[in-house]
Write a protein that binds this ligand. Structure first.
Ligand code: THU
Ligand code: ZN
Length: 135
């Protein structure tokens, strides 16, 4: 879970990186900021291409953090321009679940408002995870 100070920093970072989103097909710009247990912040934005596939903002932030050697994470803020302020999609939740504990905090926001913090455990209950592959 994230405290108010951490949420403030992540909102600022996610809103800043959202402007770098590459979304010529959907026009739907997403920015994400992830806080590692070290306190460092990693950001990502969606990047679309002409096959209509895209790197999701949350995944890019996670991959950059993993690439630098981070292993533990506190939470993530995801920003869109949309009044619904969605939480990450199912695929991103699944990806996050491989690296983050059930109390990992997630917040959906736009440029002026934010939703309540929910945990990954709340957003992805009864997940299919590494334990399911143990024989
Ligand atoms: N998108 C994300 O970046 N994260 C999500 O979890 C939901 C969707 C992007 C992908 C695509 O570029 C655009 O939003 C519309 O789906
Ligand atoms: Zn996603």
């Amino acid at each position: 879970m994230l405290n108010d100070d951490q949420i403030g920093l992540l909102l600022q970072s996610a809103r800043a990186v959202q402007s770098r989103a590459v979304a010529p097909y959907s026009q739907y710009k997403v920015g994400a900021a992830l806080m590692a247990a070290t306190g460092r912040i990693y950001t990502g934005m969606n990047i679309e291409n002409a096959t209509y596939s895209a790197v999701h903002a949350e995944n890019l932030a996670l991959y950059v953090a993993l690439m630098t050697g981070e292993t533990e994470f506190l939470g993530l803020v995801v920003v869109t321009n949309d009044a619904n302020m969605p939480y990450p999609c199912g695929s991103c939740r699944q990806e996050l679940s491989h690296h983050c504990k059930p109390d990992f905090g997630i917040i959906g926001a736009n440029l002026t408002q934010r939703r309540e913090q929910k945990t990954l455990g709340e957003l992805l209950p009864d997940l299919f995870g590494a334990d399911n592959l143990k024989t």
